[in-house]
Design a protein around this ligand. Structure first.
Ligand code: SF4
Length: 378
C-alpha cells in the first residue's frame, strides 16, 4: 500500500497480485491498456513526454507473460457504439437531456454523492475498462472455451479511481468481477523495471486482434473532449446517413476548464459542453439543476486534461506543458489511424453480429450498461 505523507489517503498496490497471477498455470491472464497510458509511460524510461509507445507496450506485456494482450481502445469503440445510440435514442424519443458521459469513475462517484437527485441524466454505459472486462469474461471466454472464473483480467490505467471502480457491486456479472486487478501507468513502469525490461529499447508489436483493433475515435478518449468528439463522429453518420468527410471537431478540443461548442448534425444543432476538473463539473451540474442549461450532451472528466493527466500517470507536478505534449500525441495517434470512427471497427461490429445483435438492445443492456445509486456522506 502506498500511503500519502499525512496518512489520510492510501492507494492499494496490486503489482504483487499481478505477478502472482502470471505465475499460475491454471489461470489465463490477460491485460488491457487504456489510451492515455501509451503517451505517458515512456517518460519513466527517458523518452520525451508525448512519445507514443503503443507497440512497445504490446511487446512488454508478452515479455511479462500475459496470455492475451488487448487494447482498451477496442472497448472505447464499443462504448461509443452504445453511447451514440443512447444519445440518438434520447434525442428521438424525448429522453432526458443533456446526456452526461460516464466513463470516468471519479466523476461517477462524485455525482452519486453530490447530485443524487440527478442520476437519470448520465449515460448508463459502463466505462471502456469495464466493458472490456465483461466481454473478456463472456464472449472471449466462450470463444476460447475457458471458464470465466479461470480468466484473470488485468487493467493498466492512468487512473487510481479505476481501482475503486472494479469493486463496485453494480458492475458484477453473475457475481464475478469484470476486471480482477488494476495497476496504474506508474506501477506498470515499476513492474517493467523490476522485471529488467528495457522498455525504451523494445521493438513494436500488435495487440491480439480478437479484442485489439481500434480506431482514432477510441484513442482520443484519453484527452478532455475526446469521448464526446468520438460520439459525434458516429452519431453524425448514423443520423444523416452521409459520410463525415472531416472527422476533426477541433471546436471540442483544448485545455480550457469548461468549453462549449455547437455541432451541426443533419438539421439539428447539438449544443455540447465539456468540463475537466470536478470544480468545473460542479458548475455545469448546478446550472442543469437550476434549469439554466441548454446542452444536449456534456463530457466530464475529473482530471486536468482528462486521463492524460490522471493520478496514476508518471508525475507531472502540474506542468501543463507535459499535459499538452501528451494531448498532442493523442491527436497524432488519431490522425495516423486508417479508421477514425468507432463504427468502422470491424472486430467490434463482429461482436454485434455474432453475440449481441443490435446496439442498445436487451443483451447490450445486460452486458454493457449499468445503473447508479444515490450515496450519502453520512
Ligand atoms: Fe481516471 Fe482521471 Fe481519467 Fe477520470 S479523468 S477516468 S479519474 S484518469
Amino acid at each position: 500500500v502506498a500511503v500519502c505523507p499525512t496518512g489520510a489517503l492510501s492507494e492499494v498496490n496490486n503489482m504483487h497480485r499481478v505477478w502472482e497471477a502470471l505465475q499460475r498455470d491454471d489461470k489465463h491472464v490477460v491485460v488491457q491498456v487504456a489510451p492515455a497510458v501509451r503517451v505517458a509511460i515512456g517518460e519513466m524510461f527517458g523518452l520525451e513526454p508525448g512519445s507514443i509507445s503503443t507497440g512497445k507496450l504490446a511487446t512488454a506485456f508478452r515479455r511479462m507473460g500475459f496470455n492475451g494482450v488487448f487494447d482498451t481502445d477496442w472497448a472505447a469503440d464499443l462504448t461509443i457504439i452504445e453511447e451514440a445510440t443512447e444519445l440518438i435514442h434520447r434525442l428521438e424519443h424525448g429522453g432526458k437531456l443533456p446526456i452526461l458521459t460516464s466513463c470516468c469513475p471519479a466523476w461517477v462517484r462524485f455525482f452519486e454523492y453530490q447530485f443524487p437527485d440527478m442520476l437519470d441524466i448520465p449515460s448508463t454505459c459502463k466505462s471502456p475498462q469495464i466493458m472490456m472486462g465483461t466481454i473478456i469474461k463472456t464472449y472471449y471466454a466462450e470463444k476460447m472455451g475457458i471458464p470465466p472464473e479461470n480468466i484473470v483480467v488485468v487493467s493498466v490505467m492512468p487512473c487510481i479511481a479505476k481501482k475503486a471502480e472494479v469493486q463496485r457491486e453494480e458492475l458484477r456479472l453473475d457475481g464475478l468481477k469484470d476486471v480482477d486487478w488494476v495497476v496504474t501507468t506508474r506501477e506498470l513502469g515499476y513492474m517493467l523495471k523490476e522485471a529488467g525490461i528495457d522498455f525504451a529499447a523494445l521493438p513494436e508489436s500488435d495487440f491480439d486482434q480478437v479484442l485489439g483493433e481500434s480506431t482514432g475515435a477510441s484513442v482520443i478518449f484519453g484527452a478532455t473532449g475526446g469521448v464526446i468528439e468520438a460520439a459525434v463522429r458516429t452519431a453524425y453518420e448514423w443520423v444523416t446517413h452521409e459520410e463525415l468527410k472531416d472527422v476533426n471537431f477541433t471546436q471540442l478540443r483544448g485545455l480550457d476548464g469548461i468549453r462549449k461548442a455547437t455541432v451541426r448534425i443533419g438539421d439539428q444543432d447539438l449544443s455540447i459542453g465539456i468540463a475537466h476538473g470536478l470544480g468545473n463539473a460542479r458548475k455545469l451540474l448546478e446550472s442543469i439543476r437550476r434549469g439554466e442549461s441548454d446542452f444536449h450532451a456534456i463530457e466530464i472528466m475529473a482530471c486536468p486534461g482528462g486521463c492524460i493527466g490522471g493520478g496514476g500517470q508518471p508525475y507531472h507536478h502540474g506542468n501543463m506543458e507535459i499535459i499538452r505534449k501528451r494531448q498532442e500525441a493523442i491527436y497524432q495517434e488519431d490522425a495516423g489511424k486508417p479508421k477514425r470512427k468507432s463504427h468502422e471497427n470491424e472486430m467490434v461490429m463482429k461482436l454485434y453480429r455474432e453475440y449481441i445483435g443490435e446496439p442498445y438492445n436487451e443483451k447490450a443492456h445486460e452486458l454493457l450498461h449499468t445503473f447508479y445509486t444515490p450515496k450519502s456522506m453520512i
